[in-house]
Design a protein around this ligand. Sequence first.
Ligand code: EPU
Length: 444
Amino acid sequence: MTISDTPPEVTASSPQYASPQYAPQFLDTQILEVHPGGRLEGEVLISGAKNSVLKIMAATTLATGRFIISNVPRITDVRYMAELLAEIGCEVTWSGLNELTIDTPSEITPVAPYDLVTKLRASISLLGPLLARCAEAEVALPGGDDFGPRPVDMHLKALEELGAEITVEHGIISAKASHLTGTRLVLEFPSVGATENILMAAVRAKGVTVIENAAREPEIADLASCLAQMGATVSGVGTSTLVVEGTDELWPVERAVIPDRIEVSTFLAALGIAGGEILLRNARHSHLDMVVRKLGEMEMRISPSSNGLWAMCDRRLRAVDVSTLPYPGVPTDMKPLLVALLAHADGVGIVTENLFAGRFRYVDELVRMGADIRYEGQHVIVRGKERLSGAPVQGHDIRAAAALLAAGLGAEGITEVHGAQHIDRGYEDFAGKLNALGAEVVRR
Ligand code: EPU
């Protein structure tokens, strides 16, 4: 299936469309052009969280029957996960504008092939549930990423400790276990992906699994709550110790995905650069404590409102130092956005990356726009400038491309963001939402 702006031809392996009006508009936009504009004003509806829906979709392989997932963002990564599920044997249907129906048959094929895994790194999330459900699974080894190596050793080690036999040969992870047995696992680092894979394997293991040093991201709480609704017993949700009681009885559910806190952070960064006053409908303040605190230190005004977050930026922001950390720290996904924000702020700020070694490629692109930025080791030193100058720039991943686009809002002249297809992987109609707030972003 190719990405197109008309409903693609439906094949045996394509997500089906219950009705053509629900067919997602997948756009193959390579370039987004940002024209200098004024302040951002108005209301923006925050979509469902990418990093939550992809894992909930993986969890649908754990039980036979019909799942209905609402508040699903219409993004390319969801399409790739839908294609993977179709490959495994599930029937995936867009049954509403933001609603997916997934029918999981009693017999599934526990294989995630290379061509799809390379498109979607989150396909590694299928390893745990497929193994737990089918006693075996094959998932192509996801490679590195544009922002550095992305090992999966913790995922594999934990599944081995639950009793799986794992081999990695010819680029394929093969896992086998007639049954998994609950045990106490201690993670070296609170990895989001490893915690999720273990959770989805442990819900079908015999006995109790304890995950120490588990990641605490809201998307993990959303997955745990989905598994609990499916019949699993998971306690300690939101803490770094998760306790899972395995069961053979899981059933399909209907549920809504939580709002995307990284999308909220992205609009807040855009507001900090362009100035203005916006309401972020559905945003959850409780998922954004540290981000709100840091932006507050920079003198952005943000407060919870009855249906989301209100934010105002009526001055050039003040530079601060920021470190990315696992939740509840400032998310690594916000780093490119923070650097873009600091490039426009008053003063010098240092951003320290503590999660991904190579998340810096966008810095050279911001420098092409006139930004004064240096990086050394894991630190980025940003000297703010009142105005950047628009230039053609290249985004290499979802957040980097979004940050370059946001930077263009405060630049003189036109900024051409190449690699804009990355934005569509993770943001539902980012350009359209910005334009509704008064920006001028044109698809090329
Ligand atoms: N790590 C290992 N071994 C492992 C797993 C992780 O060394 O087996 C290391 C990683 O290399 C990294 C750190 O642990 O240095 C954290 O990685 P983590 O496993 O937490 O990240 P992830 O599950 O691969 C998810 C999100 C990322 C987000 C990170 C951190 C999804 C699909 N991806 O990745 O989101 O940056 O958590 O919060 O959930 C994005 O949305 O653009 C994105 C990249």
